[in-house]
Ligand binder design. Structure first.
Ligand code: F6P
Length: 544
């Protein structure tokens, strides 16, 4: 892999950006807009059905030029090509990174270890479609002959967050006669509440786990099997009619008792948090149907093509990735708020938390060196307008700089009176208020008492992007998710980290497996942890 031998902060573009930031640090968005009446039209780009207005960022033409130079010095073009070609860019796991192959058209050819993977992708899609049609039409019957009415996806992390988010996002397109539930937490309440009003005879479980070893998922799957067998008289044959699996691990699926004929596979080159468009999306396909699922994939693919082919200056993921580096590394912003003005996207920020932070929450570079700069910001958010009445105060008048990504749609899926105009009025008002604020003179002109003026001033100059699309469709959801997947890659390339491993989650898993028997043993265990952990274990044992 070709990478720039110069450490990031020693590269010419980085140094130039640092100097440039000092030079323009006093520049206010008010002045930038006043100086160029067309700024709001110029600093925009579009692709795959999404329109991006990034004019309300603290940048000028020089900033953009230097950010593009930064991308070039990191060989972003080469790294994009390497990912799409299936090179093993996930070096710590020696794996290709090919979520883009999941949405490639049938005619595409993507070679991994000498084999074209595209026919395999389409074979799984066809198998999922056939299954989804049978369940949705009622042809697939449960063990007692009843049709399936409830679908429970059991999975966690990437095997849960994508499906949950997509189910919410595409609810408008879903078959309402089917009930969907998602169980992820090892806290038993998650499972108990999910099934408390369900009839086992009408319930299908999808056990979704790339590895089929994840503690939470396997514990929930065991409880689901026990619940089902209890409800259906105990005959183990019932399992085959009520359990299917999505996994890369056929051996473990079969050991659990699920017929591998009812297993939907994927591959080690699909990372967990990049898997909602693989068979992990089976629950999504059951909800919205195979046709809509393929539209979702088409949207992903449209953004992939945009990312691969568009010059950096007009490339949505490249622009947003570079702007996030600017805000994070040069303006000191620690977080990014993602604020969808579309209630169907209410789980989108939660989905993005894993995508962004599990990917780029790293402090070691590809060369094994500790970074000397910040990597992933903290992504978070809530749908507007709810957030406005909660945490926006801090974004407007707090001491921290919080860049915002606003997401909005021109058409409501179910128009209702004035609601949509009011919703959009709010999103536009927020980005305007954040950028331009309200000066002391403007406040004073409203005859506000002198002492109150500073409290009512809005400094403004707070950056935001606005992502706008016509309407939330499966295609647009695919494009939106792919946009952020590629933003994460752009960031990872600039920071020189591997966005595709997640070693940081391992230690806690190992320690939990060591502690569990100490909590469960009848005899008082000999504890060898630190004094805090030992005392907490003893307290739990006493109180439980
Ligand atoms: O613990 C982190 C993680 O490995 C995620 O990356 C992944 O999405 C999740 O666990 C679930 O893993 P699996 O699909 O193998 O159950």
């Amino acid at each position: 892999m070709k990478s720039n031998p110069k450490s990031l902060t020693q590269r010419p573009a980085w140094k130039a950006l640092a100097a440039h930031q000092k030079k323009i640090s006093k520049l206010h968005l008010r002045r930038l807009f006043a100086a160029d009446k067309k700024r709001g039209d110029k600093l925009t780009a579009s692709g795959a059905g999404l329109f991006l207005d990034y004019s309300k960022n603290r940048i000028n033409a020089e900033t953009l030029k230097l950010l593009v130079q930064l991308a070039k010095e990191a060989d972003l073009r080469g790294r994009i090509d390497a990912m799409f070609k299936g090179e093993k860019i996930n070096i710590t796991e020696n794996r290709a990174v090919l979520h883009t192959a999941l949405r490639a058209p049938k005619t595409a050819k993507i070679i991994v270890d000498g084999k074209n993977v595209v026919p395999d992708v389409h074979a799984v899609l066809d198998k999922m479609s056939a299954f989804a049609k049978r369940v949705r039409s009622g042809a697939w019957k449960g063990y007692t002959g009843k049709r399936i009415k409830n679908i429970v996806n059991i999975g966690i992390g990437g095997s849960d967050l994508g499906p949950v988010m997509a189910h919410e996002a595409l609810r408008h397109y879903s078959q309402r006669s089917l009930v969907f539930r998602y169980v992820s937490n090892v806290d038993g309440i998650d499972f108990v509440e999910a099934v408390q009003d369900l009839n086992p005879a009408e319930t299908l479980f999808i056990v979704s786990s790339k590895t089929f070893t994840t503690l939470e998922t396997m514990t929930n799957a065991e409880s689901a099997r026990a619940w089902l067998l209890k409800g259906l008289g105990g005959n183990k044959k019932a399992v085959a009619k009520h359990f299917v699996a999505v996994s890369t691990n056929a051996e473990k699926v079969s050991a659990f008792g699920i017929d591998t004929a009812n297993m939907f596979g994927f591959w080690d080159w699909v990372g967990g948090r990049y898997s909602m468009d693989s068979a992990i999306g089976l629950s999504t396909m059951l909800a919205v149907g195979p046709e809509n699922f393929r539209k979702l994939l088409a949207g992903f693919n449209a953004m992939d093509e945009h990312f691969r082919k568009t010059p950096f200056e007009k490339n949505l993921p490249v622009l947003m990735g570079l702007l996030s580096v600017w805000n994070n590394n040069f303006l000191g912003a620690e977080t990014v708020a993602v604020l969808p003005y579309e209630n169907y996207l209410k789980r989108f920020p939660a989905y993005l938390q894993q995508l962004t932070m599990e990917s780029n929450g790293k402090h070691i570079t590809l060369a094994g060196k500790k970074v000397t700069y910040q990597t992933s910001p903290i992504y978070w958010g809530e749908p507007g307008t709810n957030g406005q009445h909660s945490f926006y105060q801090l974004i407007h008048q707090g001491t921290r700089l919080i860049p915002c990504d606003f997401i909005a749609f021109a058409k409501a899926l179910t128009p209702l009176g004035r609601h949509h105009d009011l919703l959009i009025a709010n999103v536009l008002a927020q980005s305007e208020a954040l950028a331009f604020g309200k000066t002391a003179e403007e406040v004073a002109a409203e005859k506000v008492a002198d002492w109150l003026v500073p409290h009512k001033v809005f400094e403004g100059n707070r950056p935001s992007n606005t992502i706008f699309a016509e309407k939330l469709t499966p295609e647009i959801l695919g494009a939106l998710v792919a946009l952020y997947e590629h933003i994460v890659y752009v960031q990872g390339v600039i920071w020189g980290v591997n966005p595709f491993d997640q070693w940081g989650v391992e230690l806690g898993k190992v320690l939990a497996m060591r502690i569990a028997p100490e909590l469960e043993s009848k005899a008082e265990p000999k504890l060898a942890h630190d004094s805090s952990t030992n005392a907490l274990i003893r307290r739990y044992r006493k109180l439980k």
